[in-house]
Design a protein around this ligand. Structure first.
Ligand SMILES: [Zn+2]
Length: 412
């Protein structure tokens, strides 16, 4: 629709590299900006300085989400928001999250440069704790904003050192009081999977997001001598965890359209010659299918209880995330697809395998996501890369979708 309007991808890359310098650690190749850490504060401060340079109205809400809003011609209209996150996992790449936020910033700059007047205000958002490494649940900022999790409960969540979210927010100076109610939300993101790159498509039209359920579980048994305790007299916590995991892997393989991962495991006492008395572990379960998601969650809990019972273990379990599969509104998905095709970019429809803030924003406003290819599908790793040409295409699509939703006129 705006064939002549393009982002300047060099500026996006320059900012990505600047932001990507924050959170470098000795001995790591990537960046580590865990939510609400000192590194996160530094990144937030830089982002806010860029927003202020761009003349945006900066607002921070009670869970620390940052918004930078450019005014529209109708003061009563709600803003069209483009966003993502700038926190990272441990030893991450520089594109995940930051690409969406910094492309939004570039688009706002281009709107100024082109003398475009939008009816709705247009803004950029950076959501708090998308990754969920330090505090759970993940996607905390958008989850709380959308009303899916009580603010006070989020404030009380603790990291491994006992620091609460509220203390951490206060500590870095991002405990705000503002509220921004969006008209629509667009999230541009690297795919983080291999589909677009392997199949040679330029733009991923995201239809929705897989449901994600997380648990923290612990089997407790009895520590005992590895050489003298017969198998049938053991209460082996690790054996329980192993049996549960392999059983769940078989279950999801049989179902198809579902995934299960035990990504973290700690044993006590942790000695080569002692039967483990404790297995403390996490479970990540995902499906895009509503029925399989629901059934699988019940299956995880049922199997955990059954294994514990049979092996004489006790089970502690806490569900730390439970995000239903999301299916974006067809007209929003269609807008992304039409915008990309108008620019003659090749498109492919797919659901997102990773969780994103968009899945919660979808609850409170019309929402869509745009993916660009990740080279070899690598993400959550310093090896995460995307081609500059793909980054430019994605941001151009975001530009068009945002203007279409905001309504605009361009001075001659
Ligand atoms: Zn992300």
């Amino acid at each position: 629709m705006n064939e002549e309007l393009r982002v300047d991808v060099v500026r996006i890359l320059r900012n990505l590299n600047k932001l990507g310098k924050i959170g470098r650690r000795e001995g790591f190749n990537g960046v580590t900006r865990l939510a609400l850490s000192e590194e996160d504060r530094e990144a937030r401060d830089l982002l806010v300085s860029w927003m202020e340079e761009g003349g945006l109205n900066v607002r921070v809400d009670p869970i620390g989400n940052i918004f930078g809003v450019r005014r529209g011609s109708n003061p009563n209209f709600k803003p069209v928001i483009m966003g993502s996150h700038i926190d990272t996992v441990i030893d991450a790449g520089i594109y995940d999250g930051a690409y969406g936020v910094l492309s939004a910033l570039e688009i706002l700059r281009r709107i100024d440069e082109e003398g475009i007047e939008t009816q709705h205000p247009v803004g950029v958002a950076a959501f708090t704790n998308e990754e969920g490494v330090r505090f759970q649940p993940d996607m905390m900022g958008s989850l709380v904003k959308s009303g899916g999790y009580p603010l006070e409960k989020a404030y009380a969540r603790k990291d491994d050192d006992g620091v609460t979210v509220k203390e951490a927010l206060k500590g870095i100076g991002y405990l705000g009081r503002d509220d921004v109610k969006p008209e629509a939300y667009f999230e541009l993101h690297v795919e983080q999977g291999p589909v677009l790159h392997k199949r040679g498509f330029e733009i991923g039209v995201v239809e929705g997001v897989q449901g994600i359920a997380w648990w923290r579980m612990a089997f407790r048994g009895e520590a005992n001598h590895a050489g003298t305790t017969p198998l049938d007299m053991r209460k082996d916590a690790m054996a329980g965890a192993a049996e549960l995991y392999t059983g769940l892997l078989e279950y999801v393989a049989k179902k198809g359209n579902a995934l299960c991962t035990v990504g973290k495991l700690r044993l006590e006492p942790g000695a080569i010659n002692v039967v483990p008395s404790l297995a403390d572990f996490t479970i990540d379960y995902r499906s895009y299918d509503d029925a399989i998601f629901k059934e699988g969650k019940a299956e995880v809990e049922r199997r955990a209880e059954e294994v514990a019972k049979r092996r004489g273990l006790t089970l502690d379990k806490e569900m730390t995330a439970d995000a239903q599969p999301v299916h974006f509104r067809p007209e929003m998905v269609g807008l992304v697809e039409a915008s990309a095709r108008k620019r003659t970019y090749s498109t492919f429809r797919l659901p997102s395998g990773a969780g994103h803030d968009a899945q919660f924003m979808h609850v409170i406003c019309p929402t869509a996501m745009i993916f660009v290819p990740s080279i070899n599908g690598v993400s959550h790793s310093p090896g995460e890369r995307s081609d500059a040409a793909d980054l430019e295409r994605g941001a151009n699509v975001l530009f068009d979708c945002t203007l279409a939703k905001a309504g605009f006129k361009k001075e001659p």
